[in-house]
Structures are given as structure tokens and as C-alpha cells.
Design a protein around this ligand. Structure first.
Ligand SMILES: *Cc1c(COP(=O)(O)O)cnc(C)c1O
Length: 401
């Protein structure tokens, strides 16, 4: 441990609430798909701030927009009309079948908006007292009390009871869904690819059947696109790969390429659930973040980053599957879609993850066994190839359990 790192680590322990077990790495700067620590060591960033910096660190075009907007207007609140917010809404809505946007500041808040919209839509538009939100086991929807209740994992909510009522988690099978949807159900909320759950793609057939059942029972179908959305899985929105038409979606993570912003997109019909005064946020969709987010979306569309994610993702997963054969049985499974990739290991995951970090590759270890890769969508193929070669070398030297 270097002197510089040791002192940062000590300061952190003194000054911050201990909510994180941090990686042994103090980041000093970044450019594109690379980061440098406080000792000047370079890393390939295969995590992108947890699927956030999709266009890479300190993207020149975004820097230019940020600098220009910072001299024009930062924040006035949602009491005013702001052209930057409208431009962002126009761009986002051009990418899906949705017709209305609501801006907020994070993924959890985007899910709160979806949940509140679903409940209020049922009461005020459908005149039905249906409030229950059904979610799936292994899901993750955020850390506010409502989003925690939606997530429903005992280990995350330990010590925080009571959580809001009206949430139910089920396994992703049709019999469980049939049984869970009652006259009291307002919505089904799903991630097309579960991210925090360890990169678990749901089956397209199941998703289509689930959506159809929601339609039949007059229940809203909602997708959490916070992690899988915005080109990550090889289509602009993950739900588009299966021809789904969710009534509303939550988005955040890479929307501002690192500036905090979230949003809910809804159909015109579902958006009737909100009226002036029914939901609000001070910061949501402010001029500065909206200008940067609009440029982010514009670049994603202009540079066809969904196609790039699909192509690079296919290449990466093929390389990893070839590696799986070469070092059998040390990799149990390679999962994912586009540049959202999970490598399920059959060797001690923490050792492999630590050695990757020591050799200059940043990824996430999920559930102790799954390496989760969420690289910038602009990453060069070469950076992915050297990672796979490095992983191979590490696995050759790692003993099977
Ligand atoms: C990260 C994440 C969230 C929570 O987003 P925050 O910005 O941390 O509140 C919600 N849903 C999914 C699928 C996520 O990956």
C-alpha cells in the first residue's frame, strides 16, 4: 500500500459514514476507458462507474457542452420552462414508443416515480383501489424505502423496518405470476437483464407472456431500464429486443454520463396518473445536467452505440466462451447481452478479482462468484482482448476449489 493511498484510506474512515466496502484504489483521473490512481498507475475500466460513464471518462464533446452550459444557466427549478429539459425529453422520446418524460436525479427516484404513477393511475384514472407492485426475485430497484420494498431482499433492508406495504416478489415463472396478479395489483416491474442480481437475462418468451398477462388483467407493465437501458444491451432500450411495450420505464445510470440524473418515460395513457402537484423534485431535469444528458443521448444515437455494444458484446462473449473451454472447469457460465456481461467462476472469485485489479483491470465481483463487466460503450476492442488474455493467465495460475 503506497503512502498516498494509505492516507486517503485513513481520511475516508475518519470522515465518511461507513456504508461502503471500497476497492483498494484511489482514483485521480480518467480518460476514455482508462483510469489512473493516485500513484499514477493506469487501469482499464471495465465497470464505467457501474454502467454510468458509457461514453468514457471526460468525453471531449460532453466537456464542451458542460463548459458552455455552465456559463449560461445551471438551475432554476421546475417552476420554470427550460429549453434544455425539453430538448432532452424530445431526444429520449424519439428512441421509444413513450410520449411523456418525468425527470429526477437517480435510479431509485425513477423507480419511485414509476411506482407512484402506477398506483395513482389505478386510483384516479381506472377508479380501482389497486396498489400492489409485483417484482421478481433477484431484482434490484434502489435504496429508498419504496425501492427497497420493491427490491425485497432481506439483507438490504435489515434494520430499516417498517418498509412501505404493497410489494410482492415472485420467481420469474408464469404460474407464480398468474397467482400473484390479483384485483389489488397495480403493476409488474421487471429488469429485462437483472444487473445487481449478477447479470441474469430474463427469457424473452417469459417477458412477452408476462406482458400479455398484464394486458389481459389491466395491470401496468413497467421496465426498470436503469442499468440495461441506453444502448448497453445492444438495442437502445433492453425491452426493445423482445418487442415489449412497457407502459413506463425508469432510467438513470448512463443518462448523464456521470452527472446525476434519472427519468421516467411513460405512454400518454399511463402518464394520466400524474397531475400538477402530484409528484415533484427540486433538481430533476435542471438545465446543466439536461444539457449534458441531451448531448449524451445525441452521441449515442449519432454513433450508433447500441450497434457497437451488440458487436463488441458478441465478440467479448465469444472470446470468453472460447476461454471457458480452454480453462475448463474454472468458468461455469458466461452470461449477458451486449456490453453487460457476467462471468460466473468456479474458482475463488475474490482472488481472481483482486489479481485483475492488481494487474490493472477494474470490474465488479457480484455474489462472490460473478465477474460483472459494464465497460464504456466506446471502449476499444483491444482493451477487451487484453483483459481476456489477462484473465486467462490468472485462471491458469488459480487452483480449482
Ligand atoms: C443502480 C440501479 C438502480 C438504483 O439506481 P440509483 O441511481 O443508485 O438510485 C435501480 N435499478 C437498477 C436496475 C439499477 O441497476
Amino acid at each position: 500500500m503506497s503512502q498516498a493511498f494509505a492516507s486517503v484510506k485513513k481520511e475516508e474512515e475518519n470522515l465518511l459514514c461507513s456504508t461502503y466496502s471500497r476497492y483498494p484504489l484511489a482514483v485521480a483521473r480518467g480518460k476514455g476507458a482508462h483510469l489512473w490512481d493516485t500513484d499514477g498507475k493506469r487501469y482499464v475500466d471495465l465497470l464505467a462507474g457501474i454502467a454510468v460513464t458509457a461514453l468514457g471518462h471526460c468525453n471531449d464533446e460532453l466537456c464542451a457542452v458542460l463548459e458552455a452550459q455552465s456559463r449560461k444557466l445551471w438551475h432554476v427549478s421546475n417552476l420554470f420552462y427550460q429549453e434544455e429539459q425539453l430538448e432532452l425529453a424530445r431526444l429520449l422520446l424519439s428512441t421509444s414508443h413513450h410520449e411523456k418524460a418525468f425527470f429526477c436525479n437517480s435510479g431509485a427516484e425513477a423507480n419511485e416515480a414509476c411506482i407512484k404513477l402506477a398506483r395513482r393511475y389505478m386510483r384516479t384514472v381506472k377508479k380501482r383501489d389497486a396498489c400492489e407492485i409485483v417484482t421478481l426475485e433477484g431484482c434490484f430497484h434502489g435504496r429508498t424505502l419504496g425501492a427497497l420494498a420493491a427490491t425485497g431482499r432481506a439483507n438490504l433492508s435489515e434494520g430499516f423496518a417498517p418498509l412501505p406495504e404493497g410489494f410482492r416478489q415472485i420467481p420469474a415463472d408464469m404460474a407464480a405470476l398468474e397467482a400473484a396478479l390479483t384485483p389489488n395489483t397495480a403493476a409488474l416491474l421487471v429488469e429485462v437483464v437483472q444487473g445487481e442480481g449478477g447479470v441474469v437475462p430474463l427469457s424473452g418468451d417469459w417477458l412477452r407472456a408476462a406482458e400479455a398477462l398484464c394486458r389481459k388483467r389491466n395491470i401496468l407493465f413497467l421496465c426498470d431500464e436503469v442499468q440495461a437501458g441506453l444502448c448497453r444491451t445492444g438495442s437502445f432500450w433492453a425491452f426493445q429486443q423482445f418487442g415489449l411495450k412497457p407502459d413506463a420505464i425508469s432510467i438513470a445510470k448512463s443518462l448523464g454520463n456521470g452527472l446525476p440524473i434519472g427519468a421516467m418515460l411513460a405512454t400518454h395513457e399511463a402518464a394520466r396518473g400524474f397531475a400538477p402537484g402530484s409528484h415533484a423534485t427540486t433538481f430533476g431535469g435542471g438545465s446543466l445536467v439536461s444539457a449534458v444528458a441531451a448531448k449524451t443521448v445525441e452521441i449515442m444515437l449519432r454513433d450508433k452505440l447500441a450497434d457497437r455494444a451488440a458487436l463488441l458484446g458478441t465478440h467479448l462473449r465469444a472470446s470468453l466462451e472460447a476461454l471457458q473451454k480452454r480453462c475448463s472447469p474454472k468458468i461455469r457460465e458466461v452470461r449477458g447481452a451486449g456490453l453487460m456481461v457476467g462471468i460466473e467462476l468456479d474458482v475463488p472469485g475474490n482472488e481472481v478479482w483482486q489479481e485483475l485489479l492488481r494487474r490493472g483491470y477494474i470490474c465488479n465481483l457480484s455474489h462472490g462468484t460473478t465477474l460483472r463487466l459494464l465497460p464504456p460503450l466506446t471502449i476499444e476492442q483491444d482493451d477487451l482482448d487484453v483483459f481476456v488474455a489477462c484473465l486467462e493467465d490468472i485462471l491458469h495460475k488459480t487452483e480449482t476449489r
